[in-house]
Write a protein that binds this ligand. Structure first.
Ligand code: IPE
Ligand code: IPE
Ligand code: MG
Length: 250
């Protein structure tokens, strides 16, 4: 099959792409396998999408890997996911470094099992000077958790006289979120046919373009990513204005 990269307009690449990687379980079921088999194959998609994003010059790639709600899954699956995380990070370290990938994470990292948190922190430290692309793993993450934390911090600053209420702007709120060093995603992709946000980046996705596909995450590879970028490039981002205001040069 033709590589769709050549069709992508390199002058209109989103800086930040966020992905809800969904459908590992259904994919495994279709293949007559246990759910963890789907998660393991999903790691190959992560590798492929990271490479494709880097080739296009995407600067930030956020992947929703484990939500705070995912703790409610069967214990065996939760344990398997945590093991997979530790193994994947360890196995991928050299390649991340060779490819200039800075790994970082958003979410309640201290709430992860100790071995997960420590291998993650090691990887973050080891890759911190890499400059080609930033891979942000959303782990033990939920948007309501991060917004609640931000409100608590801001309220504390107000009550301690460090901040006045009139200083609470959109920018100040953004600065108190876990994503404070990243621009908001221009594009959010969700695989596997669900049309919901599932507690992901509620504030940051306020003006993002959404791309939904029926493809399950383990089948979502290079050309599927390019297809999502091509769809994004067909969109007109109006930010509340009218089309004529956007196309003033035409
Ligand atoms: C996404 O795939 C991976 C995680 C949430 C960790 P799912 O495990 O949600 O797969 P489905 O939605 O059950 O098919
Ligand atoms: C969202 O997927 C979380 C991740 C991809 C990590 P889920 O499969 O958990 O979402 P819901 O529960 O179907 O909304
Ligand atoms: Mg799911």
């Amino acid at each position: 099959m033709e590589d769709l990269k050549s069709l992508v307009d390199l002058n209109n690449i989103p800086k930040h792409v966020a992905v809800i990687m969904d459908g590992n379980g259904r994919w495994a079921k279709q293949h007559g396998e246990a759910r963890l088999f789907g998660h393991a194959n999903g790691v190959d998609s992560v590798r492929a999408i990271l490479k494709a994003a880097r080739e296009l010059g995407v600067e930030f790639l956020t992947l929703y890997a484990f939500s705070t709600e995912n703790w409610n899954r069967p214990q065996e699956e939760v344990d398997g996911l945590m093991d997979l995380l530790v193994h994947s990070i360890t196995n991928e370290m050299d390649e991340l470094n060779e490819n200039g990938v800075r790994l970082t994470a958003i979410g309640d990292i201290e709430g992860l099992p100790t071995n997960c948190a420590s291998s993650l922190k090691d990887a973050i430290l080891t890759t911190k000077n890499n400059k080609d692309i930033t891979l942000i793993l959303a782990l033990n993450y939920s948007s309501k958790w991060e917004i609640r934390k931000a409100i608590q911090t801001i309220a504390t600053k107000v009550s301690e006289g460090e901040l006045t209420v009139d200083k609470i702007t959109d920018e100040l709120i953004s600065e108190h979120l876990t994503t404070n060093e990243f621009p908001d995603p221009e594009l959010m992709i969700r695989t596997s046919g669900e049309h919901r946000i599932s507690n992901f980046l509620l504030w940051q996705l306020a003006y993002s373009e959404f791309y939904f596909t029926e493809t399950h995450w383990p089948d979502f590879r290079r050309n599927d990513f390019f297809q999502a970028i091509l769809a994004y490039q067909q969109r007109e981002r109006r930010f509340g204005m009218v089309s004529e205001q956007i196309n003033t040069n035409e």
